[in-house]
Design a protein around this ligand. Structure first.
Ligand code: SF4
Ligand code: SF4
Length: 181
């Protein structure tokens, strides 16, 4: 899903892609607050609406290990997989490609994610990304587009912070370091 008018590097534009983070908030990755606004936990349960896998351009970062797993799943050599299904980002990071309609290359509008068990970490950790949990406002903005947020299962602070320490929205070693808390 795309964030409209959001801070922290989200792309502007059509609703549709949650999972594909398009900006850089790397500066904020080194600290977590002592008493965060989400201290009592946050509710989230995916309703599989699929909005986050298509609908607008974005990035779906994948690490080397994730690419190897996806290649194995499809019976492809990793090099061939990279050629066919990925594109390079700045700083040497890699994103899964999109179809012409901007849906993720692995998203099927009837079946959903066709590589679900091997989807990248970025896809698994939504909505507990640092950029989303950053403030009540960023969370609320994302929740406008994701019907699974603020409903369903309660996720504890420890779970949330475990996710945002390594949310998969960047695979660059420079920004993947674990923040001191
Ligand atoms: S509920 Fe949210 S996370 Fe689940 S598919 Fe819909 S937009 Fe994506
Ligand atoms: S890999 Fe799967 S979950 Fe991730 S964006 Fe693509 S279709 Fe969605």
């Amino acid at each position: 899903m795309k964030h409209r008018g959001s801070p922290a590097g989200w792309s502007q534009g059509s609703p549709g892609r949650i999972l594909r983070y398009t900006g850089a908030i790397d500066e904020a990755r080194d600290s977590l607050p002592d008493s965060p606004w989400y201290e009592k936990g946050l509710h989230f349960q995916c309703v599989r609406c699929g909005r986050c896998c298509g609908g607008g351009p974005g990035t779906i970062r994948a690490s080397d290990a994730e690419i190897e797993a996806l290649a194995k799943r499809l019976g492809l050599d990793p090099t061939r997989f990279r050629e066919k299904y990925t594109r390079k980002l700045r700083r040497g990071e890699v994103s899964l490609r999109e179809k012409l309609n901007h849906d993720c290359v692995f998203y099927d509008r009837k079946q959903g994610c066709t590589v679900y068990e091997d989807r990248p970490r970025q896809c698994r950790t939504w909505p507990f990304w640092r950029s989303v949990v950053h403030s009540r406002e960023t969370w609320a903005e994302a929740a406008e587009r994701c019907p699974g947020m603020d409903v369903g299962r309660l996720h504890r602070r420890s779970q949330i912070e475990g996710s945002i320490r390594n949310d998969g929205t960047s695979t660059s070693p420079r920004v993947r370091r674990t923040p001191a808390v």
